[in-house]
Write a protein that binds this ligand. Structure first.
Ligand SMILES: NC(=O)c1ccc[n+]([C@@H]2O[C@H](COP(=O)([O-])OP(=O)(O)OC[C@H]3O[C@@H](n4cnc5c(N)ncnc54)[C@H](O)[C@@H]3O)[C@@H](O)[C@H]2O)c1
Length: 277
């Protein structure tokens, strides 16, 4: 193997991706499998992680696993960890990717649930439970397996909204009263920013145990959003476009492999330049 291959090779390693059956989790898993890792997709039963893991394995080779579970329930995470240990005997990589991500641009006028004044406490608690508490619990459960082996990587998926405020003009609808204008929910900013705190905390907590912990802050991915939204968003991004679904794969592989062996506690912003403006 030459130096480039050695830096990025994940042969024999076991990588967990939470929310792994979703839009981006699958692509994150795909690049890790392509680099040789056994990938375990964790997701709610409704997202059919077993089917997605089968597709991943067919496309990339190494044996993969899909487990239906719920990251807000610690017993469910421990059960998943036990299944991973029984099958593969180790955990090398954890990507905390699952989050509630309601599509504000699809919100119907007259139903402004996303506005701060109306935001249901139940939604607040639910979003924090998945995006933040879920990442904490998965890090605790899977991180301890890494500590036992003296090596591991945790990668938290944050967002450009972990480093900048949402620009609520993006979500405005013509002819809708001010108090009914949809907005990006407060929980998204709170969860993503808090993940950077979790990243820094864990990075020093387990530094002597060989566990590196970083975050990535991706910008928005194009997934058929209406022109009304994308034209406004493009004008805020120096590269004047959204990301493609597989465009974070290079950064994900870098952060999960030995290519980033001297990096911990950091947040890699990959946003087409949006946050430099
Ligand atoms: N799509 C984007 O433009 C974008 C941009 C920046 C950051 N992100 C972040 O990337 C990550 C993935 O985004 P996505 O667009 O693929 O979202 P997605 O909604 O397609 O995927 C999220 C997955 O998490 C799963 N999930 C939800 N609750 C769960 C639970 N309790 N237990 C287990 N799994 C659960 C869902 O079933 C879903 O499959 C999220 O953290 C998101 O905030 C996305």
């Amino acid at each position: 193997m030459n130096r480039v291959q050695t830096l990025f090779d994940l042969s024999g390693r076991v990588a967990i991706v939470t929310g792994g059956a979703g839009l981006l989790g699958y692509h994150h898993g795909a690049i890790l499998a392509a680099a040789g890792a056994h990938v375990v997709l964790l997701d709610l039963a409704v997202a059919n992680p077993a089917l997605r893991a089968e597709q991943l394995q067919m496309a990339h080779g190494p044996e993969c696993l899909g487990l239906a579970m719920d990251i807000t329930d610690e017993a469910s995470i421990v059960e998943a960890k036990d299944a991973v240990m029984a099958k593969f005997g180790r955990v090398d990589i954890l990507i905390n990717n699952a989050a509630n991500n309601p599509k504000v641009e699809d919100q119907k006028p007259g139903q402004p649930w996303s506005r701060l004044e109306n935001f249901p406490l139940e939604t607040w608690n639910g979003d924090i439970a998945v995006g933040l508490t879920g990442a904490f619990l998965c890090s605790r459960v899977f991180g301890q397996e890494m500590v036992k082996r003296g090596k591991g990587v945790i990668l938290n998926i944050a967002s450009d909204l972990a480093v900048i405020a949402p620009d609520q003009r993006l979500y405005r609808k013509d002819g809708v009263a001010e108090e009914e204008q949809p907005v990006k929910p407060v929980t998204y900013s709170v969860v993503k920013t808090a993940l950077l705190g979790l990243t820094r905390y864990l990075s020093t907590y387990w530094v002597a145990n060989g566990v590196r912990v970083n975050a990535i802050s991706p910008g928005g991915v194009f997934n058929g959003q209406p022109d009304e939204f994308t034209v406004k968003l493009h004008s805020l991004i120096p590269m004047a476009r959204m990301a493609e679904k597989d465009e974070y794969q290079g950064a994900i592989l870098f952060l999960c492999s030995d290519a980033s062996s001297y990096m911990t506690g950091q947040n890699l912003i990959v946003d087409g330049g949006r946050s430099v403006l």
